[in-house]
Design a protein around this ligand. Sequence first.
Ligand code: G1P
Length: 292
Amino acid sequence: MRKVKTAVFPVGGLGTRFLPATKSMPKEMLPIANKPIIQYAYEEARDAGIEKFVFVTGRNKNAINNHFDHAYELESKLDEKNKSQELGQVMGWLPDAGQIAFVRQQKPLGLGHAIWCARNFIAKDEAFVVILADEMMMQSPNRKRNFLGEMIDLYQNKEDISSIVAVDEIDMKDTNKYGIIKVEGAEKIIDMVEKPKTEVAPSNLAITGRYILQPEIFEYLEKFEIGSGGEIQLTDAMKSMCKTHPFYCKKIDEVRFDCGNVLGYLEANIAFALANGAIESDVKKILKKYSN
Ligand code: G1P
């Protein structure tokens, strides 16, 4: 069985779409209900079978490191007071020692550069996962294996050694916010372009923050080509690589929230709050109160 055991989380971005909230706080630490965005992403990876977690961070991101560490004072106080539920929320989900690494992206040169910064932590003969935490998915309750897990299954069951990219159908007017792919048949990616204008977009299939990549991607990333927005783009590296290496797409079949913008973030908060049985009816009352 081909192994996929490592996930890379690029979390060094400046969060400029979320100012002033992200002036001194990482956008990945913004909560959806009571849990920070990055913890959802970590749990999704863990539930899909990932065992090594590499966070590519930057300045002002120490709150992320601390969130994945023990908080001794808090833990001992909760323990003293026999608050076992709260204790579980603080430390019950933590990765084991040695499962997690933090790499520093010293300059915010783009998503492609962030992934390249993780190269020394990726096995040469093993595909790895990339998760963009601000693209959130809500797993439907009757689903056993999450979407990322199904992506890994798809990769493992393919005859050829390939890369897999999650995509979602979007409104054509929004193509300039995403990487857009061109497909042949149902799932073979033959081209892609980062943030095209609607007039030149090859489809309405947007890349949505979950990738399984072969380590050869680093050969393309280290060309450091400057792309959309003056940044080194992962999409550009994949675009070159897909000419000679097979790339497939898998369409997202879950509810997805783009928490990188304020409206998507608010929607996720409402949806996750409504999915919590303990507060659902109160949340509905609040929504009603402000809907008239
Ligand atoms: C990044 C990727 C883009 C992808 C998007 C998904 O863009 O570069 O290809 O479609 O994430 O959210 P960003 O939103 O970081 O500008």
